[in-house]
Design a protein around this ligand. Structure first.
Ligand SMILES: *Cc1c(COP(=O)(O)O)cnc(C)c1O
Length: 355
């Protein structure tokens, strides 16, 4: 066992598991949690001894900074079970790296690698019955950190809690996704916190997304805040466009989150001879390509849904429908990625890590 997963953890287990009360065939995403959670507190300038304990609510002071100033970050990752009952993570080093970048941007302490990785490995090992075999069954992993120090002075907290909670999930199919291209609202701005998985980025999307929902659209394609002429992300996912047989996606930036799914799909596409161009994509290019028929696909990418095909988009009150195509890049790349995650295909990139 590598030493970065053997950090000593106090473990208190539940007297009896609630797993038999869970209907694994009808899981609604992110609503059921496993028996245990991982907790590690930062105070007096250092991380204290971590714990794994029964999943349960906990008390915070009403003046805790997280309630007032939103000092909170998170990650989203998954564990998969192969045919031999082994459980695997996918590129957890990337999530740790991004988590700590988010922490720095939010003036929070970085979580040491051995605490993060030991928490993940030991908690998932304890809960491995919750990871079901078969394509589409996963354990969604939610590491997060909140400012728990009390006092309403608008300054960074001196106390933080890092936690990991686990939720069994079925691969989720979001139905037909139609999107609106943002002309007014923005998800992120240069110099802002868009590149961090900071809680406030998501609450800031709720209202414009609600307006889009009221018009019959499920998501928003965010554009750059300064000019609204460049296509950046789709909801909480990175976004790809296929024009003829080339895939386009914007470079990551202060406004565009560095998705693990995005970069893995770029590597897979390139390996298998699909042409990928990472460069800013203009709204005008998309409209032109939709009009002349060269626009074949638009899809979002992220850990939760892996690949989310978009069936049409609206811009300046005109609706453009995407063609229904066989052999989509979206499905091809999704299958290739999930086959690696479930150990059904060779992991030539060395992305998977055994629990
Ligand atoms: C988490 C997230 C993504 C996707 O990242 P993955 O690592 O692929 O899950 C994309 N955009 C935003 C804004 C996100 O929060």
């Amino acid at each position: 066992m590598s030493s970065n997963i053997t950090h000593e953890i106090d473990i208190v287990t539940v007297p009896s598991s609630k797993i038999n009360t869970v209907d694994f065939e009808n899981l609604s995403f992110g609503t059921v949690f496993t028996d245990h959670m991982f907790v590690c507190d930062f105070k007096e300038g250092r991380w204290h001894k971590p714990q794994i304990k029964p999943y349960e609510p906990f008390l915070l002071d009403p003046s805790a900074k997280v309630f007032h100033y939103g000092q909170a970050i998170f990650e989203g990752m998954k564990a998969y079970k192969d045919d031999q009952d082994a459980v695997w993570l996918f590129r957890p080093d990337q999530n740790l790296d991004r988590f700590n970048k988010s922490a720095v941007r939010m003036a929070m302490p970085e979580v040491p690698e051995d605490i993060f990785m030991s928490g993940l490995h030991q908690l998932i090992d304890l809960e491995k019955n919750w990871v079901k075999k078969g394509l589409g069954n996963t354990l969604y992993i939610r590491p997060f950190m909140i400012a728990v120090g009390s006092g309403v002075i608008a300054a960074p907290s001196t106390q933080y809690r890092f936690m990991i909670i686990l939720s069994p999930a079925k691969s989720y199919y979001s139905g037909e996704v139609k999107v609106i291209i943002a002309e007014h609202y923005s998800r992120a701005a240069n110099g802002g916190i868009g590149a961090a998985k900071a809680a406030g980025n998501y609450s800031a999307q709720f209202y414009p997304t609600k307006l889009a929902n009221e018009k019959g659209f499920q998501q928003i394609i965010w554009t750059d805040d300064a000019t609204h002429t460049k296509l950046e992300e789709a909801g909480t996912m990175n976004v790809f466009f296929r024009i003829n047989d080339t895939l386009y996606t914007a470079p990551t930036s202060e406004r565009i989150l560095d998705g693990v799914t995005r970069k893995s799909l770029i590597d897979l596409a390139k390996r298998d001879g699909i042409k990928v161009e990472v460069r800013p994509v203009l709204v005008s290019e998309l409209i032109d390509a939709a009009k002349d028929g060269s626009l074949k696909e638009v899809f979002g990418t992220g850990t939760a849904a892996v690949v989310n095909p978009i069936v049409g988009f609206s811009y300046q009150d005109n609706y453009y429908e995407l063609p229904k195509i066989e052999n989509s890049f979206a499905l091809e790349l999704k299958n290739k990625l999930t086959n690696i995650q479930y150990k059904l295909a060779d992991d030539t990139f060395g992305w998977t890590v055994k629990i």
